[in-house]
Each structure stands twice: as C-alpha cells, then as structure tokens.
Write a protein that binds this ligand. Structure first.
Ligand SMILES: [Zn+2]
Length: 320
C-alpha cells in the first residue's frame, strides 16, 4: 500500500482543513474514500462496483440492491453531531501534542454539552487500537508501574463525597533500539504482578523470537520455557537506578504519568483507564510523525474501521 500523500490524502494545516471540509458532503466524500480506498464494496454480496447514489450518504449496491450508507457500521453511525464537528474534533485531538481533555474539546468546538465531547473522545479512543497490530520485536523491556488516578467525575455527581484516588498497576512493554532510542510500546492494566497476569501479556504483545529484558521479578522466569530470550536486570541497590538499567520502561512510565497528570489533571475514571492507555500508546507510537495532519489521517483511517459504539457502550465498565 502506498504511503498517504500530504495535501492529497489529508490536509496539512488548519487552513487546509477548512478548505477540505466546508460541508457535510465533503466530509462524507472523505470518509467514503478512506473506508473504501478501492471504491465501494458491498458489505452483503462483496461486489466492488460503483453504487447507485440516492444521496452523498446513501448508496445502493448495483448487484444485490443492498442499501448501504457511508457511515453505517462505523462510529459515526446515527450520530446527531455534524461530521464537520467530528472531523474538527479529530483534528484538534491529534494536533495537540499531549491530546485534549473533554472540557478542552467542548470549549474549542463550542459544543453544547460536556457529555458530547466526552463521548466523542472516548469513541476516538476506541479507534486508537489497531485490531491487527503487530507484535513487538528485537529487544523488549517489560516492567510494571503504579499509576495514581483520581475519579473526579463520579465524585462530582455524588455531592459531598471527596474524590477518590486509586492506584492501578500497569504492565508495559517497550521496544529498545540499539545503540539508542525506543520503538513502540504496549500497555495493559493488571490486577497484580503475578506470572498469571504478566506472562499472557508478554505472549500477546511480544514476538516469541524476541529477547525480553525484565527487572528481578520471579514472575517472568517462565519466559525462557516459552522460547523467549530473557535478560534479567537485578537491581542491587539505590545506586543502580531504573533509568539506567531499564531506560525504555522508565521513560514510557514517566511520560504516561505526566500525560495523565497534565492533560487529564490526574482525573480518569478507573473503569475507563484501558482506553486512556490505548490513547497514550497511539500517541507514543506515532510520536515521530512529522506532520500532525498525518496523525489525523491515521486516526480517521482507524475510525472508519471501528464499529459503532453507543453512549451506553462507552460508559460501560472496562473493555469487554
Ligand atoms: Zn451487494
């Protein structure tokens, strides 16, 4: 597949963005092209022929007469928010280096309700995990870190109750480039640091031909038997600092904590944490993207492949 071309496949600046998306029709045309780069393909009979068009939104398969729509089956399905607002939201969320809070998004888009902004951001987060994402390769550091998060939203509704701060354990895997630098990361919340939690995570996200570097924890001792190379960095004392022996996970953990504290003021509902971790990984893994427009394009590409999520789904506890 060819790399998307700036200015041809996506706008590069806010001014270009405004030229690209003056109307709902223009937004629909963009979404249609992203969704079916080879032209409309009927979801029922698989025909790849130009459809009949009742409108910019409504399409009909020439072969089986199935009535499709450009947004059906995506997170835009049945939305009452104009697509221009959705795209502007995606643009804003990807153009802020550290992302955006729901309150910030509500303000900048002039949305009537906080809930609309909150739901929009959560729908984007659902699209930030690539379903077919590849495993990490080479040398991979794996470690756990505690994250302190404050559930301010639910405490605000239950008047008089103080906000509750919870500590959650997150296991991280970071590709290490040699001689220096980091590649991609994967994150996952676990209930404790036992082998039963951390080993399945490694198996899911790290290629079995990789070498895994961990701290001294015995939980990872089973990796060798599973075919992984395993390098243990046993820390002997305070002088053996984590940023020296495990620089990748140390760096990822400190950026993640700063992001939660800065962009979100530490306020993340514990049940939603998995999706915040997805967003952080999406941003971290694309931090080298030179163009912000490219990040917008990558998000939109994934958005059109993400099935609809209702408000109830978004508010539901944890990932299914
Ligand atoms: Zn068809």
């Amino acid at each position: 597949m060819l790399a998307p071309v700036p200015g041809v496949d996506y706008p590069q600046t806010w001014n270009e963005f405004l030229d690209w998306f003056p109307t709902e029709e223009a937004c629909l045309a963009f979404i249609e092209r992203l969704r079916w780069p080879q032209g409309f393909t009927c979801p029922v009979c698989g025909a790849n022929e130009p459809p009949y068009r009742a409108s910019r939104l409504r399409l009909m398969c020439r072969r089986c007469r199935h009535q499709a729509s450009v947004t059906a089956g995506t997170i835009f399905e049945k939305t009452r928010t104009p697509l221009r607002v959705w795209l502007a939201g995606a643009w804003y969320a990807t153009n802020q280096k550290l992302g955006v809070s729901a309150l910030g998004l509500q303000r900048v888009l002039g949305l009537g309700s906080y809930q609309t902004a909150w739901t929009m951001l959560h729908r984007f987060r659902r699209a930030m995990v690539r379903p077919e994402r590849d495993q990490l390769h080479g040398l991979v550091e794996v470690d756990e870190t505690y994250l302190a998060i404050t559930d301010r939203q639910s405490s605000a509704t239950a008047k008089g109750r103080k906000s509750r701060t919870t500590k959650v354990l997150v296991v991280m895997a970071v590709e290490i480039h040699e001689p220096k630098g980091f590649g991609r990361i994967r994150l996952h919340r676990v209930s404790d640091e036992s082998a039963a939690n951390v080993i399945p995570f490694v198996q899911e996200v790290v290629d079995s031909a990789a070498t895994v570097r961990t701290a001294g924890s015995a939980a990872y001792l089973g990796l060798k038997a599973l075919g992984y190379g395993h390098e243990r960095k046993v820390m002997l004392g305070a002088g053996d600092a984590a940023h020296v022996s495990m620089p990748g996970v140390h760096r990822a953990a400190s950026l993640m904590k700063r992001w939660i504290l800065g962009t979100h003021q530490g306020s993340v509902q514990p049940d939603q944490l998995d999706f915040y971790l997805d967003e952080f990984a999406f941003r971290f893994n694309r931090r080298a993207s030179r163009s912000r427009g490219m990040l917008f394009y990558r998000l939109m590409e994934q958005v059109v492949q993400t099935p609809p999520v209702t408000y109830a789904d978004v508010a539901r506890k944890r990932r299914p």
